[in-house]
Design a protein around this ligand. Structure first.
Ligand SMILES: [Zn+2]
Ligand SMILES: [Zn+2]
Length: 239
């Protein structure tokens, strides 16, 4: 009761806005309105058993997509909470490019649910994230993947160590590149933190969006080369 009164007072002073559409957020909490919340396309079935890339339609057998079949995949599994469309896409844009840090908790909630449903029985020792180059970090002011990793670690009671990976080379944007060019673009872009903390450990690697998987794969390769035992990827969205 007291919490509900406090929330409505806060809403009066600082109205919560929906990250999906910019309208008023649902009064019960969070930063989605009801229409946006119900239109989030969660990825729950029919995806590549390795990288989690969803397909339209049915598949009643486990399958591996052509990207995983034709390339060396260094991560053990990758899963994403939702499709990179509609409200989730808008919310990630708001979070990442307009410093919409109020979306952090809602986006982390999606990831936590994905980890619990896909990785519940797996040993996860450390949460880490895709690093940003220092120049990009200065420009943006924060690393969205690091904020997500820290929040997810706290929610799942797993220590977060963003410094397990460092970006040693600045890379151009991946947005307009083909899958092969994306792989070349990120090759050798990452280095690893203290090897004795990595060796033998199982990592949960966090990023906001996964498209072809070239970036997380290069991160996983770097961690594996430093001795990581397992690397499981989770992202908010899958493009
Ligand atoms: Zn909305
Ligand atoms: Zn795949």
């Amino acid at each position: 009761m007291i919490l509900a009164i406090a929330r409505s007072l806060l809403d009066f002073v600082y109205p919560r806005v929906c990250g999906g559409c910019g309208g008023a957020a649902d009064p019960s909490g969070g930063h989605w309105c009801w229409d946006c919340r119900r239109s989030i396309e969660l990825i729950t079935e029919h995806y590549c058993s390795r990288c989690g890339d969803p397909i339209c339609g049915e598949a009643d057998y486990p399958f591996v997509c052509s990207t995983c079949g034709n390339n060396t995949v260094y991560f053990d599994l990758a899963r994403s909470a939702a499709r990179y469309r509609g409200p989730v896409r808008n919310a990630i844009h708001e979070f990442k490019y307009h410093a919409g840090l109020h979306m952090l908790s809602d986006l982390a909630d999606l990831m936590v649910a994905a980890v619990r449903s896909h990785y519940a029985r797996l040993p996860l020792d450390i949460v880490t994230c895709v690093p940003l180059h220092d120049a990009k970090l200065r420009e943006r002011g924060f690393n969205q993947a690091e904020l997500l990793a820290v929040r997810v670690g706290r929610r799942l009671h797993i220590p977060a160590w963003p410094g397990a990976l460092i970006r040693v080379r600045k890379t151009g944007t991946q947005t307009d590149l083909t899958a092969a060019r994306r792989r070349r673009n990120v090759a050798g872009a990452f280095g690893s933190g203290r090897a004795s903390w990595i060796r033998g450990r199982s990592f949960l690697l966090v990023d906001d969006v996964m498209t072809t998987g070239a970036t997380v794969n290069e991160c996983a390769k770097t961690l594996k080369q430093a001795g990581a035992w397992r690397v499981y990827v989770v992202t908010v969205a899958r493009g």
